[in-house]
Design a protein around this ligand. Structure first.
Ligand code: SF4
Length: 331
């Protein structure tokens, strides 16, 4: 677990920092001036840090809520994201965070209320449009929850604002905060999923797909609206059978009414990010697969993407109503 915590001095006594202190009583604490001086340092070794990441507690001062990047969200009139954390406990081989940041250390922004204040401002500015606010773009929304206590705060806020939606996106089974309360109708618990055969190789440190399915079905029984996210779709030998089996297993005792939405999207990386990620895996089979570059994006190419999209649409249509199925951008 985490042995070293760096903290900006002004957040030392913040309630979130106290929560972290309780969760990690044995960690050593070191003061710093600002998180950027550690986190943004050049020439850090992401893969080496990933073996034993350190935690940085910081205060975010601006850009609390941003418009969602193209291809991430669902078909709602307004989509935004907010990141109370950078980096993730898990270590998926395709994770774009390893191409985005120099450091694998975790940054936790302790001032959750400032994020919620910004969300209120956006809500008030856009009172005619229903908006969805995505957590889980720069981290996994729930994986760190035992340490951060974030979910409870977010759910308290969105419970009081039923006209806007929250998506918690996760591969985690740390869903205790959700079972402690009644389900909130404007909160979607969205699980990222891929077939077991591929997940066991690529989703390093993440809970198995079986455990994720168990968690999501229990949450559905508890009344939570579930999102299913097949993003990225991974191509491998036998992918059709494996995705078909996965979808059938998910839907075995899950019903259309439990599902808020299903989305899927191809494996894709911005070119610069892809180059950086590949440099972390010089001899890896996963990155040996020939990808194509078009308009600054690296992907399987349109032929394979269309084949996978059509297959997914056919399989999902067996179980889920059409208006709940969304496709993330194709290139
Ligand atoms: S769960 Fe998501 S954020 Fe975490 S390592 Fe995997 S892809 Fe990255």
């Amino acid at each position: 677990m985490i042995e070293t915590i760096y903290f900006e001095e002004e957040v030392f006594d913040h309630p979130t920092s106290l929560h972290v202190r309780k969760a990690l009583p044995r960690a050593d604490w070191f003061p710093i001036r600002s998180y950027q001086e550690l986190f943004n340092k050049r020439h850090q070794n992401f893969r080496l840090q990933k073996k034993q990441p350190e935690l940085i507690l910081a205060k975010k001062n601006s850009n609390f809520v941003l418009p969602i990047p193209a291809g991430f969200g669902m078909d709602t009139s307004r989509n935004f994201y907010f990141s109370h954390m950078y980096n993730c406990l898990y270590d998926c081989k395709y994770c774009f965070l390893q191409g985005m940041y120099n450091s694998a250390n975790f940054v936790l922004f302790v001032n959750y209320d400032d994020f919620f204040h910004s969300i209120s401002v956006i809500k008030n500015e856009n009172h005619d449009a229903s908006a969805t606010f995505f957590s889980g773009y720069d981290c996994d929304s729930l994986a760190f929850d035992k340490i951060s206590g974030f979910a409870d705060h977010a759910l308290d806020f969105f419970y009081q604002h039923p006209d806007i939606n929250l998506e918690l996106r996760t591969k985690s089974v740390a869903v205790g905060a959700l079972f402690k309360r009644e389900a909130i109708s404007n909160c979607i618990i969205a699980f990222s999923l891929s077939p077991h055969e591929i997940s066991k190789v690529l989703d390093f440190k993440a809970p198995s797909v079986a455990r994720r399915l168990n968690a999501l079905k229990n949450l559905a029984r508890h009344g939570w609206k579930i999102g299913l996210r097949f993003d990225p779709l991974i191509y491998f030998k036998g992918w059709e059978d494996q995705y078909s089996t996965l979808i059938a297993n998910i839907m075995l005792d899950l019903f259309d009414e439990n599902i808020h939405s299903v989305s899927f999207g191809p494996l894709r990386f911005p070119k610069k990010m892809y180059k950086k990620i590949v440099s972390h895996y010089p001899n890896d089979q996963f990155y040996a697969f020939p990808l194509e570059e078009k308009n600054g994006t690296v992907s399987y190419g349109s032929h394979l993407e269309i084949e996978m999209r059509c297959f997914l649409e056919r399989e999902l249509a067996k179980y889920v109503s059409e208006e709940k199925i969304f496709q993330c951008v194709l290139h």
